[in-house]
Design a protein around this ligand. Structure first.
Ligand code: PLP
Length: 425
């Protein structure tokens, strides 16, 4: 077969884009070479519907072992007794949890998308807002912190079957204990979606969601630094309290319902090559080097926070406990959209983001989200954060000056040469 040079040239181009740029998208990261090796191989050829030891296809004896490795390792990382590593993405993991727990029309309660929540937590344009009846809580206007009082009021008023905590653009830790208390009061289950801070939780830097939340979902490609994908976990299995029963009328355990909701509920064959790469990422997380990584992410966030505050930037909630900052640019006279589009010309990538109580649309926005997971993997440390913030500030304060943008781009490209990315390639 002729080599597909058109496509491989594009992969090469993407490698160079990643190498020369300053990657500040909070949900992105760079996997290790061995994670990518585990992803691009013969395991993509295998059909393995079902679970290790109980498949619908022959020849699964090898992928049974690799999937089991992934399961065992993630159980060790989060100290849980149940894990499903098959969801193709974070959104698929949440879809499976809701399919397992809810009937169409049931009420759910999640963090409002415009306050930092995720599409899959009840947004009108997502299955979660179309199939179920979404209700929301937000953040306190003065502090930018989760409004637990409103969360409790909403829970008591609407009696959701599922309360979802976790966010895509929230820089503070969560009070899982308080959420569980109101859930118990109204007979709801709690889902923690830790897609963003999972890596920090894995190393004990943040509160442990598995202690109080019935079910925990995550992506594997953000701070966990694995391949794109999702996982579902529980510290303790329990009898399904929602009343769905098995074919013989028996009460099913939650673990069975979750497994059935992933396959055959929402997916067909699992991506065994991606599951293999998840196993490698989990192996890496269990090594001491990963603790050094998570500690460095926290140091970098704090250093970046200080540098932005010094330059008069408004950080939602005043700062960060994790790997990201949400900046409100309204005092800087530039929209999130313009900020994103201008910075990308200087090879600085991040995303526009709504800020709580934003007066601009989701396409324009008043804010940007800045994250350190990817630059920390590249090797940037605290001392580099003022430099990074300086470049952002230069561009944002003079967004129509092409000479400034060009100068910053040159400086960024030259600076990033020090931090080799995939030198083996
Ligand atoms: C990123 C994210 C997801 C979705 O992950 P995908 O893999 O993009 O589907 C779900 N929930 C939260 C909170 C996220 O931040």
């Amino acid at each position: 077969m002729q080599r597909d040079t058109a496509l491989f040239n594009l992969i090469h181009e993407e490698l160079h884009r990643q190498r020369r740029g300053l990657e500040l998208i909070a949900s992105e990261n760079f996997t290790s070479l061995q994670v990518m090796e585990a992803m691009g191989n013969v395991m993509t050829n295998k059909y393995a519907e079902g679970y290790p030891g109980r498949r619908y296809y022959g020849g699964c004896e090898v992928v049974d072992q690799s999937e089991q490795l992934a399961i065992d390792r993630v159980k060790e990382i989060f100290n849980v007794t149940y894990a499903n590593v098959q969801p193709h993405s974070g959104a698929q993991a949440n879809a499976a949890v809701m399919l397992a727990l809810l009937q169409p029309g049931d009420t759910i309660l999640g963090l409002d998308l415009s306050m930092g929540g995720h599409l899959t937590h009840g947004s009108a344009v997502n299955f979660s807002g179309k199939l179920y009846k979404p209700t929301f809580y937000g953040v306190v206007p003065e502090t930018g912190l989760i409004d637990y009082t409103t969360l409790e009021q909403q829970a008591r008023t609407h009696k959701p079957k599922l309360i979802i905590c976790g966010a895509s653009a929230y820089s503070r830790d969560w009070d899982y204990k308080r959420i569980r208390a109101v859930a118990d009061e109204i007979g709801a289950l709690v889902l923690a979606d830790i897609s963003h801070p999972a890596g920090l939780i894995a190393k004990g830097h943040l509160n442990d969601p598995c202690e109080y939340c019935h079910i925990v979902t995550s992506t594997t490609h953000k701070t966990l630094r694995g391949p794109r994908g999702g996982i579902i976990m529980m510290r303790n299995d329990f009898e399904n309290p929602m009343g769905q029963t098995g074919p013989k009328g028996e009460i099913r355990m939650m673990s069975q319902l979750l497994d059935l909701a992933v396959f055959p509920g929402t997916q067909g064959g699992p991506l065994e090559h991606v599951i293999a790469a998840k196993a490698v990422a989990f192996f890496e997380i269990l090594q001491p080097e990963f603790r050094a990584y998570t500690e460095q992410m926290l140091k970098n966030t704090k250093a970046m926070e200080a540098a932005f505050l010094e330059k008069g930037y408004n950080i939602v909630s005043g700062g960060s406990d994790n790997h990201l900052l949400l900046l409100d640019l309204r005092n800087k006279n530039i929209s999130g959209k313009k900020a994103e589009n201008t910075l990308v010309k200087a090879d600085i990538t991040l995303n526009k983001n709504m800020v709580p109580f934003d007066d601009k649309s989701p396409f324009i926005t008043s804010g940007i989200r800045v994250g350190v997971p990817a630059i920390t993997t590249r090797g940037l440390q605290e001392v580099h954060m003022p430099l990074v913030v300086n470049w952002l500030d230069k561009v944002l304060m003079d967004p129509d000056n092409d000479a400034t943008i060009e100068k910053v781009k040159k400086e960024v490209n030259e600076f990033m040469l020090q931090f080799a990315l995939y030198p083996e390639m």
